[in-house]
Design a protein around this ligand. Structure first.
Ligand SMILES: CC(C)(COP(=O)(O)OP(=O)(O)OC[C@H]1O[C@@H](n2cnc3c(N)ncnc32)[C@H](O)[C@@H]1OP(=O)(O)O)[C@@H](O)C(=O)NCCC(=O)NCCS
Length: 189
C-alpha cells in the first residue's frame, strides 16, 4: 500500500470520473459534489475554506488520498475547530473517507496517520477526532491511531442527529506506535 495525500488542486481532474463512478455504482443515490464540470468552482471553494471563509470560520485543508493513478480517499485537516463553539463537540481536526472498494484493508487507518503527520509538522501536539457513536470502522481507525475517548456528546439536532464520540490523540505518541500497526496492515494484504 503506497498512499500519499495530495492537496486538492486541478491536477487530479482526470481521476475524478472513476472516483465518482465507484461511489455511484455502490450508492445509486450518490450525487457527486465534485465533477469535471464544476471542478474550477470547487477549487475556489477549497481556497476559501482554507482561509476559514464559508466554513464557520474553520480553516480546513482538503486532500485527495492517491494510490498509483487512483483516488482512494478524501481527507482534510481543520486547523482551528475550536473557533466555532456551536460545532465544537462534533467537529475535530481530522476528516477522512475511503472509496468503497478499498475499505477494510487499512487505508482509513493509514490516511488518518498521514493526517496526524501533517498536524505534527504544523506544530500540533494533540488532535481531536470525532465520529458518530455507531461508526464502527471510524472508531477502529481512531483507536488504531491511539485515540482516547474523551466523551460521547449528545446530538444537538442541528450538527448531527446521532451521538458523537470525541477522541483525543497525543500526536507524537500516536506516530510512534502506528508503525507496528501499519506494518501488520501491509503484511496481511
Ligand atoms: C470509516 C472509514 C474511513 C474506514 O476506512 P477503512 O479503510 O475501512 O479503515 P481500515 O481498513 O483502516 O479499518 C480499521 C478497522 O476497522 C474495521 N472496519 C472497517 N470498516 C468496518 C465496518 N464497517 N464494520 C466493522 N469494522 C470495520 C477494519 O476491519 C479494521 O479493523 P482492525 O483494525 O481490527 O483490523 C470508511 O469506512 C469510510 O470511508 N466510511 C465513510 C466515511 C466515514 O464514515 N468517514 C469517517 C467520518 S468520522
Amino acid at each position: 500500500m503506497n498512499i500519499y495525500l495530495k492537496e486538492d488542486d486541478m491536477t487530479d481532474i482526470d481521476k475524478l470520473d472513476e472516483y465518482n463512478a465507484e461511489y455511484t455504482s455502490v450508492y445509486p443515490d450518490f450525487i457527486p459534489s465534485i465533477t469535471k464540470e464544476n471542478y474550477k468552482k470547487e477549487l475556489d471553494h477549497v481556497k476559501k475554506v482554507r482561509e476559514g471563509i464559508d466554513n464557520d470560520g474553520i480553516k480546513e485543508i482538503y486532500y485527495w488520498a492517491i494510490e498509483g493513478n487512483k483516488i482512494v480517499g478524501h481527507a482534510s485537516i481543520r486547523l482551528n475547530p475550536e473557533t466555532n463553539l456551536s460545532t465544537l463537540k462534533y467537529v475535530g481536526h481530522i476528516m477522512y473517507g475511503v472509496v468503497p472498494s478499498k475499505r477494510g484493508k487499512g487505508y482509513g487507518s493509514l490516511i488518518c496517520h498521514l493526517l496526524l503527520e501533517k498536524l505534527d509538522i504544523l506544530g500540533y501536539s494533540n488532535a481531536i477526532i470525532t465520529c458518530s457513536e455507531d461508526n464502527i470502522g471510524s472508531i477502529k481507525v481512531i483507536k488504531n491511531n491511539s485515540g482516547k475517548l474523551i466523551e460521547t456528546a449528545e446530538p444537538d439536532g442541528k450538527n448531527t442527529t446521532k451521538k458523537t464520540n470525541r477522541y483525543i490523540v497525543d500526536i507524537k505518541e500516536s506516530l510512534k506506535h502506528f508503525e507496528n500497526i501499519h506494518n501488520s496492515i501491509t503484511k496481511n494484504k
